[in-house]
Structures are given as C-alpha cells and as structure tokens.
Design a protein around this ligand. Structure first.
Ligand code: NG1
Ligand code: ZN
Length: 533
C-alpha cells in the first residue's frame, strides 16, 4: 500500500514542506496551515494504523489550531476512547511526520507496525477514522490530504472537507461510535437538549441575558442547535463574533482570559447579564461580567478555575444529598499549577474537597480524573469537563430506581457532560443549569473567592529543553541553581508562589507568579524573568 500512497499528490507535497522537526506538543502538530499538507497526509495514515491496531475501533483526526491565529492550522488525533491520542503513540506521530523522504517514511512506518504488532499485509485490516475541521480557510485541503492518507493505509473515512465540527463534537462522536450507540451530530444535540431541558425547566433562570462571543469560529455554527432549552427557560441569548470577523482576533476565550478585556462587538454587561467566550474550535470557554467598551481593566473574569469551583460546589451538595446509604463516593478536583491559589484554597478549605495537581495539558488532567468516581477538571484557561465513572453511574441508576431525586439529578447532569474532553457547548449548558439550581446564582458565583494577584510572563531562551521540572511542573530539577534563585525570590515576597516551565506549544519558557498584591506579583515575575533570560 505504501508505494501506492506515495504516488498521491498529498504525499508529493510532503517532500516540499520544510523539514523543521515538529513535536506533537500538548495538542497535536501546529504551524502555518499552508505547510501542513504532508503532515495531514501522514497523520491520516497514522490514525488509520491506530484504528487497525485497535482491532477496528474508530479513531479521529481533527484539523484545527484552536485559539491560534487564522493562518495557523493543526492536526490532532483522537484515540479510540474519544480522548487525546495515547501518549505512547505521540512519538510514532513525531517519527512519521519528521521522516525526511519516502524511504525514511516507509522505514518509520514499518518500525511502528512492528512495535505495535500491526499487520497491514494480512487480509483483515479494517479501520475507521472520523474526520472534522474548523472554519480555517486552509482546513479543506488538509482534510483532503488526511483522507488520502487514511485510505492509503486501508481504513474507511467518515467525514469530508465539509465536516465542520467543534473539536469536542468529534471526540464525542469517536467515543459514541465505539460505544455502539447513537453517534451522529444530531444525537449529540438531542442528548444535550433533552438533559438540559429537564435541568432548566421549572427553575428560575439565573441569567436574564447571555451574550456568547463565538470567536468567529465553528462554535457559532453549532451553538444554535443547543439553545432551545436555554431560551425556553427564560434566558435571552445573543451571539456575537459569529464569523463576520477574523477568527480569534480581538475575541475568543484566549483573548478574554489573557487580556481581561471585553471581546470585540460585546458591550459592558450589568446585573443579571452574563458573557461567555468560546475559543476557535469551541473546546474552551470562559465567562465574564462587567467590563467597559474603552477596554478598561474592570472585567470580572470567571475563568476555568471559577467554573471548576462552581461545578464542584454543586456536585458536593448533590453527593451529600445522596446520603450515607448510598455509600462512599471518591470525589476529586483536578487542576494544574496555573490554577489561581485562591481557587485551590476554596476547593480544599472552603469545600473540603480533594485537589490533585497535574502537569499542563488536558491529557494529564483527564488521566488523573479517571481515578475517581466523580471528578471535575479544568485548566485556568477554560478547558475542562467532569467525569462520572461507569460504576458510579451504575450506582446512581440503582439509587434513582429506588427513588433518589439526587441520583436522578446527577444522572441528568451526566447527560449534559461531554465525557471525552472539555466542551464549550456542554460547559455553557452545565453552568447555566447549575446557576439556576444554586441559591444566589450569578452573584454568589462571582463572590466565591477573590483571585490572588498573579502575573504570567513568557521568555525566549536558547534551549528551553534544558529546564526539567517535577511535582506537577511546580519545581525545576534542572537548572538547580535557577530553582534556588526562584526559592529566594519567593521567600522575599508575601503570600507568594512561583514556578518556571517550558511551554509545550510554543518555543518559550513560561513564568508564573502569585503574591499578596499585584505589584508584588509583577515584581516577582520580572525578577524571575531576569534570572531565566
Ligand atoms: P503550554 O504552551 O504547554 O503552556 C498551553 C496552555 C495549556 C493548554 C495548551 C494546549 C497555559 C499556561 N498553557 O500550553 O493550558 O491549553 O496550551 O492548548 O495556558
Ligand atoms: Zn481549543
């Protein structure tokens, strides 16, 4: 099959693309969209091989660069469980994408096939790969190339250059396909709408009006399909940045979270009004209230940490509601080192919950979340979801059968959740539903805790891989002298915390500092920057 595949135009393109070594990174391969044709073709092959290795369970391939600028694009693989590509296959992806020529590529593929004990030459090689793309102009060509790669490896393709989906929709579809249940886009909406209606109707809407900034991305096309229950519950919904402007430019979750400013085309929000921003592929969401059109810094940001605290508080009350006869429930919250210290304190001391810290990147948070019966994970930037273990769901169904309303309520929540990955549409619905069930609604949520003043800086260094970290990236093991300096600087500031780690998506080192005042946090971050540079 390989020689045949190499004759395809997409494969020829591979030879022309620059040969800079690409790393799979936190979320797949990313670069200028025009330089990814060969990467898409090769990733198509690998997604097919992965599916064949999984005895024909479907895998997925998404063409998106999330919150990055419109000229960028990316290719990300979805594993058979609907989650991110298994970490042990990331190096296979890097090996085939970095092959210098057709001979190298053939060798790299043969090594993967041998290592994973996949036989493409035998008669039985069924595999399926689901495809999706976001709204970037370079997407359709990349999908065509991926389709050629998938077919070359002998797997079936589900999807085409027109299969616009949010990233989490594709993750869900892979999961649902392999579970053998309803798995079409329509089924995704049906499930969300049904569960959301029963959670929202009969409650007082906590939000009178909601403005959703869709980042000029794919979320704008999909959000209307899940709004009927929301509008029926009395929340008026307006969509902004629905595609007329440039993707992720002056809008979207990343912009709002980093700049703490209103996205373009959204006015200041007052009493009862809530704003939400998706990122370009709608796997992240942040909320906001207040703000001013002049771009002042009075925006009240409700980021991933605040979302986690809202959802965790509600789940805690639900678990208490189940009562002692239900038996113990292992309930955990998962954060990264970037979680604001006040949110961690609120979860641990305010709610008395267990908090686990992991490395940056949802694949790490998701893996840690699987250890619990019930868990919620969020990155500060708004990427997260909650997970119900199969056994906990079974116990809930039993308890509901015996008349437990709390169990019924938790099961409804579980139906709004995307169990594969963080999902802006699902989290939007969850937050509205939880707000309508929690006394005090929006105001209480805003007041759960005050963010500790923090500063994040990034710094370019000759070789960021020289930095090695431990303890969920909160300490450097190398260079040891740099960690000693950071320790000294932290000791010199009040209520301070700081860490340095190499980014997994950009060629930079990130510095994060918290302290009692904004001035001290800024100073601490800048002093560390001087040591790093
Ligand atoms: P890196 O570049 O490794 O810090 C960034 C985000 C992550 C995650 C990934 C994937 C921060 C500090 N880091 O990772 O949270 O979302 O991108 O998109 O926001
Ligand atoms: Zn995204």
């Amino acid at each position: 099959f390989f020689r045949e595949a190499m004759a395809s135009p997409a494969a020829a393109e591979t030879e022309r693309e620059s040969r800079r070594r690409l790393s799979y990174g936190t979320a797949g391969f990313r670069r200028k969209g025009s330089k990814l044709i060969g990467v898409a073709f090769r990733c198509g092959m690998l997604a097919a091989v992965r599916s064949i290795a999984l005895q024909g369970r479907a895998t997925g391939l998404v063409v998106t660069a999330s919150h990055n600028p419109v000229e960028d694009n990316g290719v990300k693989l979805v594993d058979g469980d609907g989650g991110m590509l298994h970490m042990s296959w990331e190096k296979h992806a890097e090996a085939i994408v970095s092959a210098q020529n057709a001979v190298d590529l053939e060798q790299a593929l043969l090594r993967i096939l041998a290592k994973e004990e996949v036989n493409l030459m035998g008669g039985e090689r069924a595999g399926t790969v689901l495809l999706a793309l976001d709204t970037r102009p370079t997407g359709p060509r990349l999908v065509s190339a991926a389709m050629a790669g998938i077919r070359a490896a002998g797997a079936a393709v589900v999807g085409s250059e027109d299969t616009l989906r949010t990233t989490p929709q594709l993750h869900w579809q892979v999961l649902a396909t392999n579970a053998g249940g309803p798995c079409e886009e329509k089924d995704y909406y049906d499930k969300l709408n049904r569960a959301c209606s029963s959670l929202l109707l009969g409650q007082d809407a906590a939000v009178s009006s909601l403005v959703v900034d869709c980042a000029n991305g794919v979320g704008a096309l999909k959000l209307p399909s899940v709004l009927p229950a929301v509008t029926a519950s009395g929340t008026a919904v307006t969509l902004a940045n629905t595609g007329g402007g440039t993707l992720n430019s002056l809008c979207g979750a990343d912009f709002v979270q980093k700049e703490r400013r209103l996205p373009m085309c959204v006015g200041a929000l007052a009493g009862g009004q809530l704003g939400a921003s998706f990122d370009g592929d709608a796997d992240r969401i942040v909320f906001f209230v207040g703000g001013s059109e002049s771009g002042g810094s009075d925006l009240d940001l409700l980021d991933g940490d605040k979302i986690l605290c809202l959802l965790a508080g509600h789940l805690k009350r639900c678990v208490e509601g189940l009562g002692g006869s239900f038996g113990p429930v292992a309930f955990g919250c998962i954060q990264t080192a970037y979680a604001n210290g006040s949110s961690t304190r609120y979860l641990e001391q305010g709610l008395g919950l267990e908090v686990v810290k992991t490395k940056t990147g949802v694949k790490h948070l998701h893996a840690a979340a699987l250890a619990f019966d019930l868990s919620v994970y969020f990155e500060a930037n708004g990427h997260g979801t909650m997970l119900f273990s199969p056994d906990f769901l079974r116990r809930l169904r039993e308890a509901k059968g015996s008349g437990s309303e709390w169990a019924g309520h938790l099961l409804e929540i579980s139906n709004v959740v995307n169990p594969a990955i963080g999902d802006a549409l699902s989290v939007l619905l969850l937050v509205l539903a939880v707000l309508s069930h929690e006394a005090g609604g929006l105001d209480t949520w805003r007041g759960l805790y005050a963010d500790a003043p923090s500063r994040m800086l990034k710094c370019v260094v000759p070789d960021r891989s020289a930095i090695k970290t431990t303890n969920a990236e909160q300490r450097m093991t190398q260079p040891a002298a740099l960690q000693a300096k950071v320790d000294d600087l932290v000791a010199g500031a009040e209520l301070a915390r700081a860490f340095v780690r190499p980014s997994g998506t950009e060629d930079v080192v990130r510095i994060y500092a918290e302290a009692r005042t904004q001035e001290q946090a800024d100073q601490l971050a800048t002093s560390i920057e001087r040591e790093v540079a």
